[in-house]
Write a protein that binds this ligand. Structure first.
Ligand SMILES: Cc1cc2nc3c(=O)[nH]c(=O)nc-3n(C[C@H](O)[C@H](O)[C@H](O)COP(=O)(O)OP(=O)(O)OC[C@H]3O[C@@H](n4cnc5c(N)ncnc54)[C@H](O)[C@@H]3O)c2cc1C
Length: 395
């Protein structure tokens, strides 16, 4: 495998596939080792804001993704108890005009399929499914990686290693970081409902965010409007690893017993729910060393209260490829520069997401004050608070 331009990427999630594409476009050869035998339809709906969609556009994926992406007209924030709208934030054309790229609501599998298709078209990317990164060693001329597949363990050489291996990153552990992701006492429940199973007003391209005590509910159409993605996040102590544990509808309904009928009806509609526990990390930073670094959830897992985990993985990939391709610097230097650029932004987004986790789940008078503040601020100003996030550009 070894060549001075071969980079091994552990993990073919959104971050790993994006990094492979960006590196190949800058003249590197990328080998992506993914432990899963197949990249199946894991995950749920995903919101992608302009800071990420502009990068996907630059990769030439806009046309492919536009086939299934839904552009929300706006975000409707609603009160859980009454169902009434607290504030409406315009998105759609207003956001595209302001930030120069669209806001998309997608199924994660559609994004992964588009990235995979582009990866398949790149002769300089080698995707090895069913191949797990077990370990690595750094030496003066690059790294040796230990890869495990169905035939056993093999050793391979590369110039550098990118750990895009998610929340429970092996690369991070092998870099010597013994800390663990922190459980934030919340679980996310998700389901997809055929559009025809929900009332007409819920099929419109609007993202609805219902805020209630210790819980919130997000609902929006995906897959060109054919399915409705619903995510319910509740306070909970269940904290197993993984994305797809079955969740009992009756248990979920108990969290929403006193919510508006429209919200309860939505939760009652699907037969099956999957749930996963929510973790992030403190502001620990990137523990990169030599020609090894981390991207995406491996580097900075975050709570989904700002809908930015995938977006940050895509941003990471864009900046890392630029830093590695910069003339006159070696790969390790490029990786340190990448980490220095990304750390402050990733930390800020992690902190904002954590702050939203408290604000969204307020109860009693605190919730009343929050609703009043949102109403007074209005949708335009609410959105403008996030200019720093959405108006970001890799250059
Ligand atoms: C409820 C919820 C809603 C969300 N909503 C949004 C949203 O609207 N917008 C948004 O931007 N983000 C959202 N996110 C976050 C987003 O899904 C993640 O941040 C993003 O998928 C991280 O991508 P990644 O490539 O870093 O990691 P992952 O997608 O976890 O990919 C890691 C890959 O590495 C593989 N792997 C692991 N270990 C190894 C190994 N040792 N060797 C080889 N392969 C390995 C795994 O099999 C996996 O394929 C949400 C998250 C949750 C929980």
């Amino acid at each position: 495998m070894a060549s001075s331009r071969t980079i091994l990427i552990a993990g073919a999630g959104i971050g790993g596939l994006s990094a492979a594409l960006m590196l190949a476009r800058r003249g590197f050869r990328a080998v992506v080792a993914e432990q899963a035998e197949q990249l199946t339809e894991a995950g749920a709906g995903l919101q992608l804001s302009p800071n990420a969609t502009r990068i996907l556009q630059s990769l030439g994926l806009a046309e492919r993704l536009a086939e299934t992406a839904v552009i929300p007209a706006g975000l409707s924030v609603r009160s859980a108890r009454s169902g009434a709208e607290i504030v409406h934030m315009p998105i759609g054309a207003a956001m595209e005009f302001r930030y120069g790229a669209p806001y998309w609501m997608l199924h994660r599998a559609d994004l992964q399929a588009a990235l995979l298709e582009a990866v398949g078209d790149e002769p300089d990317i080698d995707l090895k499914l069913g191949t797990r990164l077990d370990d690595f060693a750094v030496h003066p001329n690059g790294i040796t990686v230990q890869l495990r597949d169905s035939r056993g363990v093999t050793e391979d050489r590369a110039s550098a290693l990118i750990g895009a291996d998610g929340l429970w990153s092996t690369t991070r552990a092998r870099l010597g970081d013994a800390s663990k992701p922190e459980f934030r006492e919340r679980t996310a429940w998700r389901t997809l409902i055929p559009a025809e199973a929900v009332p007409q007003d819920m099929r419109t391209p609007v993202m609805r965010l219902w805020l209630g005590p210790h819980a919130h509910l997000v609902q929006y159409p995906v897959r060109a409007g054919r399915q409705i993605n619903v995510v319910a996040i509740v306070r909970d102590r269940w904290n197993a690893q993984g994305w797809s544990a079955p969740g009992e509808r009756a248990v979920l309904l108990r969290h929403f017993a006193r919510w508006a009928k429209a919200a309860r009806d939505l939760i009652e509609t699907p037969e099956t729910w999957l749930k996963w526990a929510l973790f992030d990390r403190g502001d620990g930073g990137f523990p990169g060393r030599g020609p090894v670094t981390l991207i995406g959830d491996a580097a900075h897992p975050m709570l989904p209260f700002l809908a930015q985990g995938a977006a940050m993985a895509i941003e990471d990939a864009a900046i890392l490829a630029r830093c590695l391709a910069a003339p006159g610097s070696d790969l390790a230097d490029g990786m340190r520069r990448y980490e220095a650029i990304r750390q402050p932004r990733a930390r800020k987004v992690q902190r904002e997401a954590r702050a939203n986790s408290r604000t969204y789940h307020m109860a009693g008078t605190a919730a009343l004050a929050r609703n009043l503040a949102m109403r007074m601020m209005g949708g335009e100003r609410l959105r403008a608070r996030y200019d720093w996030l959405y108006d970001w550009r890799p250059d």
